[in-house]
Design a protein around this ligand. Structure first.
Ligand SMILES: [Zn+2]
Length: 258
C-alpha cells in the first residue's frame, strides 16, 4: 500500500516545474455537477487536490447517465442529489479526498462564509454564472466553462482583471432575461435543455482544470478565454478585456488616474 501511495503521483512529479503541494493544498469549489462537473471533480481528485466542495441543487436524472461517470441507476430511482452522489463516488474511489457536498441553489450559497482559492464553474446558464462572478470576484480565482452542442469554452478570471460580466454581450443578456418573468422568477415553461456530449464535456473540463494548474503552478495570471469547435476539432484563444461600466469593476480606477 505504501508503494502505491509513493508512486501515485510519480509521473506528474516528473514534469518540469511541477509543485504537488501547490495543487494538493488548493481549496476548490465546483459549481454545477452535471457532465462537465463530473469530469472536473474526477480530474481534481486524480491530480491530488485534497479539499473539494461540490454545489448543485438538482437530483440525478436518467438523461445524466450517458455523460456522468459518478452517477448510476440507483441514484436516479432514489432521486439522490447530484452533490451527494458525487460525494459517495469520491469517498469510495478517492478516500484521501475530503469532499463536501452542498445541495443548494447557487443563489442561496454563502460565498462570504465559505472561502475557496479556486471556483470552477460548470454551469449551464448565464444567470448563475453572473451570480458566482458578482459574489466571488477578487476573492477566488474563477474558471468558467460551458458547452453547447459541438462548441465549448472556458474563461479564466483572475483576482484582478476582466470578469465574466465583462465578456457578456447584450444578446447574452436578452437571452437570459427571456427566461425570467417580470417579477424575476424563472418561467418553467421555457426551461431550456442544453445539447451535450461526453467528449465535449471531457475536453472542456480538461481545459478548465489545466487552466487551474497553469494559474497555480506555472503562475500564468493572464485573463483569457479558449473556444473549442468540436466540428473542426480546433481551438481559439483570446485575451479578455475590461468592459467600460462593468458593475463588478465600478470601484476600479484606470492605472494612470492616481
Ligand atoms: Zn467585469
Amino acid at each position: 500500500m505504501e508503494e502505491v501511495q509513493d508512486n501515485y503521483y510519480s509521473r506528474q512529479l516528473l514534469l518540469e516545474g511541477w509543485n504537488q503541494s501547490a495543487i494538493s493544498d488548493l481549496r476548490v469549489l465546483v459549481v454545477g455537477l452535471g457532465a462537465i462537473g463530473n469530469e472536473t471533480v474526477k480530474n481534481l481528485c486524480m491530480l491530488g487536490v485534497k479539499r473539494i466542495s461540490g454545489l448543485d441543487f438538482d437530483v440525478v436524472e436518467a438523461s445524466n447517465l450517458s455523460r456522468c461517470l459518478m452517477f448510476n441507476k440507483t441514484h436516479v430511482e432514489n432521486k439522490v442529489f447530484k452533490a451527494d452522489a458525487v460525494q459517495e463516488f469520491v469517498k469510495n474511489r478517492f478516500p484521501h479526498v475530503e469532499f463536501t457536498s452542498f445541495n443548494c441553489k447557487v443563489e442561496d450559497f454563502d460565498f462570504e462564509k465559505n472561502y475557496f482559492d479556486v471556483i470552477l464553474c460548470c454551469l449551464d446558464n448565464l444567470s448563475s454564472r453572473l451570480h458566482v462572478n458578482a459574489n466571488a470576484y477578487s476573492k477566488s480565482v474563477i474558471i468558467d466553462s460551458g458547452i453547447f452542442g459541438f462548441n465549448g469554452k472556458i474563461q479564466v478570471v483572475g483576482l484582478t482583471g476582466p470578469c465574466i460580466e465583462c465578456v457578456t454581450t447584450d444578446s447574452d443578456y436578452e437571452k437570459m432575461w427571456e427566461k425570467f418573468s417580470c417579477s424575476g422568477e424563472t418561467l418553467q415553461i421555457i426551461e431550456e435543455k442544453v445539447p451535450s456530449l461526453i467528449t465535449l464535456a471531457s475536453i472542456v473540463s480538461g481545459l478548465q482544470v489545466q487552466a487551474m494548474i497553469n494559474y497555480s503552478i506555472l503562475k500564468n495570471k493572464d485573463s483569457y478565454a479558449v473556444f473549442y469547435n468540436g466540428m473542426q476539432n480546433s481551438f481559439m484563444k483570446l485575451q479578455t478585456t475590461l468592459k467600460k461600466g462593468c458593475p463588478v469593476h465600478v470601484e476600479e480606477k484606470p492605472l494612470d488616474s492616481c
